[in-house]
Design a protein around this ligand. Sequence first.
Ligand SMILES: [Zn+2]
Length: 161
Amino acid sequence: MASDNTCEICLAGYQSRCVHVEIMSMIGTQAEFARIPHADGTLVATPSMPEDDLIPSLLAASDVLGTGWVAAVAAEASPGKTVAVVGDGAVGLLGIMASKQLGATRIISMSRHADRQALAREFGATDIVEERGDAGVARIEELTGGYGAHSVMRPLERRNP
Ligand SMILES: [Zn+2]
């Protein structure tokens, strides 16, 4: 999403709901070059041209990391808190990374894929739950002494038009 980063909603930290929001995917932002609306509010300038080896990480940070970060903030991931992250796609994994950065004490990744589970652990997951539905809830309650997680992050699946 492109945002002006100046309206009341942006200043409250919800740039994706800016009153002047424009959907970036409609303008081809994974192209080599793109015209970015609200560039002053949307883009973050680097102090200098980044080294080539840093560019892939910056590109990842420019998209799904922001979504994962907002999810972790909305989930109030913080010391003493247990968060459960449903799904092990890019947003879910970066929600785990953000929760770790925000100091969540326990991060439960609901993941069914061994390669993603390894990434989840690398990014800060303390537990993996493969079960779903009622069985997943029961497993999380078992892990947390019957209390469950303080919050649940459930990234929406991408819907194709
Ligand atoms: Zn705005």
